[in-house]
Ligand binder design. Structure first.
Ligand code: ZN
Ligand code: ZN
Length: 342
């Protein structure tokens, strides 16, 4: 591997971009394919990475459990779990899953073939998160990285400070429900864990769409404390309570049951004030499950690749910044990854 470091373009003709996504040619396997294929490797359970219906699906046990919870029998034909750090060979390609720190089960996929090591990060973050395994930088020749927040303006504040804003507001408005928009996989459980770490031990009320994945996290050993269904609560019980719901539910009729709600949202996008305003968010909480700009750059330094491929997000700024470090970089034109629900 060292022979290919710095200056020389590594021989990675064995990876190809196809309409279905990134193909590992000798193994005949796609990483996070955009539609059902014969063989898929899946980095994590978010819907734009984990699509149902592939004949063979390789992923961590946790990710496969999330896919089963979301898709049932349609998750895939054969679900093939990879243990953390276990290496398996397929068509002469060694495949290993290493933690990505994004959500429960989220992995980077390490691919080794013909003396070259490629790391596909999937979505990742490097900030500590008690609900999943922490990101491990893996030295490589080619780093295929996400860039959801790939602009210098994106610097996520410490999550504990954002949670303190929510708890301050609760003290200030003890009669108002505090309704926080969170996505069901990852953000919901992380926000609960952050609240528990800050000493908040009262029941937290959940929209029905969040219950199943909270139970799944609990089953995987992530303690979330007392949780109650919001639908079964009397309106008076929700005064001064924290209620978590998908962002879409807070914008529709569902929110009318809440007493004088303070509408909050936990997302990296809350850094963009205009987005918060557009969504009617009174209390924006900048809590992200993606690497911010300094984390993206630190990952390039730590993994020390000769070449960086930037997948979804804001590719251009990161490509430019990587080239300034003397490395080759290019944007991979993979379509189908939305503005990450985050
Ligand atoms: Zn994701
Ligand atoms: Zn993503």
């Amino acid at each position: 591997m060292t022979a290919t470091r710095h200056g020389r373009r590594p021989p990675v003709s064995w990876l190809a971009v196809r309409p279905e996504g990134l193909l590992v040619v000798p193994a005949g396997v796609f990483v996070d394919p955009l539609r059902a294929v014969d063989r898929a490797l899946v980095t994590h359970g978010h819907a734009d990475h984990a699509r149902p219906g592939s004949a063979h699906v390789g992923a961590t046990e946790e990710t496969l459990a999330i896919m089963r919870a979301r898709y049932g029998a349609a998750a895939g034909g054969r679900l093939e779990p990879f243990a953390w750090g276990e290496t398996r060979s397929l068509g002469g390609v060694d495949i290993t899953f290493r933690p990505a720190g994004h959500v429960l089960g989220s992995a980077q996929i390490v691919l080794e073939h013909a003396g070259t090591r490629v790391v596909v990060t999937g979505d990742y973050k490097r900030t500590a998160d008690p609900t999943c395994r922490g990101f491990e930088p893996v030295a490589c020749d080619v780093l295929v990285t996400e860039a959801t927040f790939g602009l210098p303006v994106f610097r996520h504040p410490p999550p504990a400070a954002e949670v303190a804003k929510l708890l301050d507001s609760l003290r200030l408005f003890p009669e108002r429900a505090h309704a926080v928009g969170v996505y069901a996989l990852g953000k919901c459980q992380r926000l609960i864990a952050l609240l528990r770490a800050a000493g908040y031990d009262r029941p937290i009320y959940l929209h029905g769409a969040l219950v199943a994945l909270c139970e799944l996290y609990e089953a995987w050993g992530v303690s979330l404390g007392p949780l109650l269904p919001a639908s079964a609560a009397a309106k008076a019980d929700l005064a001064g309570a924290i209620v978590l719901a998908p962002p879409s539910a807070l914008a529709d009729r569902w929110a009318r049951r809440l007493p004088d709600p303070v509408v909050a949202a936990a997302s990296g996008w809350m850094r963009v004030r205009q987005r918060a305003r557009q969504r009617g968010v009174e209390l924006p909480l900048v809590i992200s499950d993606h690497a911010d700009w300094p984390e993206l750059l630190a990952t390039v330094e730590d993994t020390d690749p000769a070449e960086v491929w930037v997948t979804h997000g804001r590719e251009d700024a990161l490509v430019h910044a990587v080239r300034q470090t003397g490395r080759a970089a290019r944007a991979l034109a993979l379509v189908g990854f939305e503005d990450e629900p985050e």
